[in-house]
Design a protein around this ligand. Sequence first.
Ligand SMILES: Nc1ncnc2c1ncn2[C@@H]1O[C@H](COP(=O)(O)OP(=O)(O)O)[C@@H](O)[C@H]1O
Ligand SMILES: [Mg+2]
Length: 433
Amino acid sequence: MPQITLSNITKRWKGFYGVDDLTLVIDDNAFVTLLGPSGCGKTTTLRMIAGLETPTSGRISIGDEVVFDSEAGIDVPPNRRHVGFLFQNYALWPNMTVYQNIAFGLENDKSYTKKMIQERVDEVADIVKIGSFLKRYPAELSGGQQQRVAIARTLAPKPGVLFMDEPLSNLDAKLRLEMRSELQRLHIETGATFVYVTHDQMEAMTLATKICLLDNGVLQQYDAPLDVYHRPVNLFAADFVGNPAINFINAQGVAPQGVSQQGAEIKLELLEGKQVVFTPSSGVALPDWYATQQLADEQAAAQLAERKASPKYVEKENKESNFKYRIAKSGELGGTPQDLSDSSQDFVVGVRPEFVEIRESGAFEAEIYSSMPTGMETTVKLKVGDLLLTGVIFGPAIYIIGQRVRFDIDGDGIMLFSRKNGRLIATGALRIV
Ligand SMILES: Nc1ncnc2c1ncn2[C@@H]1O[C@H](COP(=O)(O)OP(=O)(O)O)[C@@H](O)[C@H]1O
Ligand SMILES: [Mg+2]
């Protein structure tokens, strides 16, 4: 089974960069999800690997074979890339029964006897639970059933690489959940490499061995789901992954600070003048951190300058990513978009909702703004001044709107971001002084 390698893949239409200089190694046997907001370049990336879209530049190999190389003029057609597809706009043959649709790809394969085809169709039909519809025509099925037929048809030839573009989008919530767990099993059972496009972070989190997170055509982070969750590289990644979303809290560094040795502390002021110390889990010296960041930025700028020097380079129109982190405020739906700052003394603290702990001895005071119990957990919004923080309390808990409570920000999974460049400085613990 093959590994897929993308090297400096760019796809642009005139000055619009759909995918910008993407380098990615998809390991053999991986389940990689391409995740990001609508229009970030997920489908385009998948189509380029599959051979349905021609990259503007770069190189793609599947296993040992280079299937695309703009410089060498290599472009292997899709049907010779030995991959299976399942796209958002799947098309079933309307004049064929479900059985015939699924069997279609196998009938051209000489290694399958009629009996083997029948067994294989039954097997995949069973997996996606359409065994009782085999004699029907697509027009006699619901959207969700059609989608499952499309999945079965793709699985039937046992492709070594399987591409899926939002394949569960037409299913209702319950069926989607069920199909997710079936896909996970299928991945293990088939041993194939899965590349899966979704804009749904929950789907990406639960299915993937690795998430490839894109924004505006640019790779943001490529890591295992829980690593993206616990150590997002920047504000965008922190915000995009996690439901309910992470809390962002603006914080100012309190002078004299800036240096933090192993285990040492960074003094901050946040939530209406509260003085806290942030203790990074691993030592981080802020001046060093900023120096490293600057070096990385300079290197990136030099690389870009090199690309721009090429006569083929076309100025990028969509340079600015639209992402702005938001601070939730009472009475403002969706929160207030924040700008990055010029000062190295400005920070953003990221707190996942499960780290907000309501308790009588809590260091912070708040008012219950809303409380939504589901039985398994309760999602509360806490009003601190005009800021809103979201907390998830596990187990049954009832709060009354307007009730005064105290809370802590617990655990060592608190994130400290630079407000200057939006990137993660460290994870650690927050303690009030
Ligand atoms: N043929 C095209 N011509 C111009 N722009 C395109 C074309 N195809 C896609 N795009 C643009 O490229 C960006 C990425 O598209 P796509 O990969 O489909 O996004 P998504 O992440 O939602 O799957 C979008 O902004 C889209 O409008
Ligand atoms: Mg898409």
